[in-house]
Structures are given as C-alpha cells and as structure tokens.
Write a protein of this length. Sequence first.
Length: 137
Amino acid sequence: MNPILRNILAVIAGLVSGNILIMLIHKVSGSIIPPPDGADITTMEGLKSSMQLFEPKHFLMPFLAHALGTFLGAAVTAYLAANNHFKLAMLIGVFFLVAGIINVVMLPSPIWFSALDILVAYLPMAYLGGKLTIKNN
C-alpha cells in the first residue's frame, strides 16, 4: 500500500478509535460517578447551567476520557503508520488538543480543570501512546 495513503488511514483510524473511547467513557461516567442532583447533563445548555453544581470528583471521568482517548488514538496511529510513527502520533495529540481547547471555550469549567485537561490530557498522552507503541513494535 502507498505509504502516504497508509499514513492517512492510520491518522483516521487513530481519530476514530480515540473518539469512540472518549464517547464510551463519557457514556458510562454517569453510572460510575453520578452527576449532582438537579444537573441536566443531557444537553450542552443544561450542562452549562449546572456546571456550578459539579465537585472535583465529577471532573475525573471527563479527564480520563480525554487522556485515554488521546493515548489510544496516538497508539493506534503509531502502530498502523507506514513511517513517521511518532510524528503522526503527536498529530493525533494536536487534533485532540484543538478539540479540547474548543471544548473549554464552549463549556466553562473551573480553571484548574481546564488547565489540567489542556496541559496533561492531550500532548503528553499522545507522546506516551506514540513512544510506548513504537518501543513495543
């Protein structure tokens, strides 16, 4: 297979697999750590209006979703890529970082969570996912 096409498909596979994991973790998070009483988390407007009810424990699952989704996406990309494995894994981190920044702008959350999410969940996890996959291949 053409290496460029393989790399494009590897990036797409990384983005899709990372997003699926993020959505799955978000989907089950309410049953692991129930939302605060009176919080409507079914819509973006409801989430925005009830954000002040959230305690630090309610931010654990979103952080894990973002971090693990980015890690998986970077690992899948690094594994499937024809070449430039690490660069493409970091590209996944950049994609998810941009999405994370958009999320922080659209959904106001505490500064500590926004900083933690932006600084730790994306590029460092893409770095780990890429390096660990390359080392084990």
